[in-house]
Design a protein around this ligand. Structure first.
Ligand code: PMV
Length: 346
């Protein structure tokens, strides 16, 4: 039993190939999703605990973002800790201090919930083991962290694992689950192990619809049943292409998933257009670059206007030239890669 202590974890963002869009119950996914784990865009979280002087059983949490108090950032984390407090009874008997930093600027328009919630869930479960003296193996630890990360933000469930992860039941992977994601690095053809993801920051504005509102809109969407069936098939087929390195088929699914996500939002009530004119302009340029060069360079988007350009390492010189010729000098690009997953730092 450890009365006071501190631990520190870092956890990356991830980019979904097959998208999670639609949920039910306690943040359970309506369909399977598959993602690459990234390496550059990550959150580093320190978690301190010490016994309370009074034993008033309520949460006592102070939260710093990049060394400063930012109530807006604290809110989501505190809400998450409240949701899981019954499973971690020690939380209400300790003073908790959380200090968190992102390696990417908040203004970059990159969602930080996947990296942030997975880093926080790793700290929470790890602190639990220290405080209670319980033991667990690495596999069970990751499953537990992933299932709590899921409650914080669905996509966060996938961020912990080396290279790639699958979340949600699927006939192709018997051990895949709706409750937690599992790593699928052992399925990956070597071409994917050092894949690139250049994130082109088209806009750094806040999203016009939050992910939770977006998931909610799927409930009344007439295309939802067809979408969920499509995502199950995409996840099933994608596993073959990830295994055999079929970049053409991988790219077809990647782009169709992004277009479907945006089409679903446009066809929701109310309707949202989450791309910017510049996103469409870039998509057209990427497609002609691919047609002209024959290089396997494909795009995807999350629920926002930024473009993720995915390609194998041996295309990097041509892609750099393409970006230099295509983008104006003030457009920011975050050069990311497939990465190692969450790591314990202290
Ligand atoms: O984790 P959430 O609830 O922010 O949802 C993320 C949804 C997408 O980023 C659009 C797709 C995905 O699977 O990551």
């Amino acid at each position: 039993m450890v009365d006071s202590g501190m631990i520190k974890w870092e956890s990356p963002s991830n980019i979904a190939i097959v998208k999670y869009w639609g949920k039910y119950g306690r943040q359970m996914p309506r369909n399977t999703s598959v993602s690459f784990t990234l390496s550059e865009a990550k959150t580093i979280t320190s978690f301190f605990w010490e016994p309370k002087e009074n034993d008033n059983p309520s949460l006592d949490i102070s939260f710093l973002f990049e060394g400063q108090e930012k109530p807006g950032f604290a809110q989501k984390s505190i809400q998450f800790l409240n949701q899981v407090a019954d499973d971690f009874t020690w939380l209400k008997h300790h003073k908790i201090k959380i200090d968190t930093t992102n390696t990417f600027p908040h203004s970059a328009g990159i969602a930080s919930s996947a990296s942030g919630m997975s880093a926080l869930a790793a700290c929470l479960v790890d602190a639990h083991l220290s405080i209670t003296g319980e033991n667990t193996d690495e596999d069970a630890f990751l499953k537990k962290v992933s299932s709590y990360a899921r409650i914080g933000s669905g996509s966060a469930a996938r961020s912990l694992f080396k290279s790639a992860a699958i979340w949600g039941k699927n006939e192709r992977i018997p051990y895949a689950s709706d409750e937690y994601a599992v790593g699928i690095e052992n399925y990956l053809h070597p071409i994917f192990l050092d894949f690139h993801d250049d994130i082109i920051i088209v806009s750094n504005k806040e999203k016009s619809v939050s992910s939770s509102a977006g998931h909610g809109l799927m409930e009344g969407n007439p295309y939802a049943p067809a979408r969920y069936a499509q995502a199950q098939n995409h996840s099933f087929d994608l596993m073959d292409y990830l295994e055999n390195g079929d970049l053409k088929r991988f790219g077809e699914i990647l782009e169709l998933e992004a277009m479907t996500l945006h089409a679903l939002m446009m066809a929701s009530t109310p309707s949202f257009i989450l791309m910017a004119p510049e996103s469409l302009h870039l998509i057209a340029k990427i497609r002609s670059f691919r047609n002209d060069t024959g290089l396997p360079v494909y795009f995807t988007l999350d629920a926002g206007p930024n473009i993720h350009l995915l390609y194998p390492d041996d295309c990097k010189t041509e892609v750099d030239l393409f970006l230099k010729d295509t983008l104006s000098a003030d457009v920011k690009v975050i050069k990311d890669r497939v990465g190692q997953g969450a790591q314990k730092l202290l």
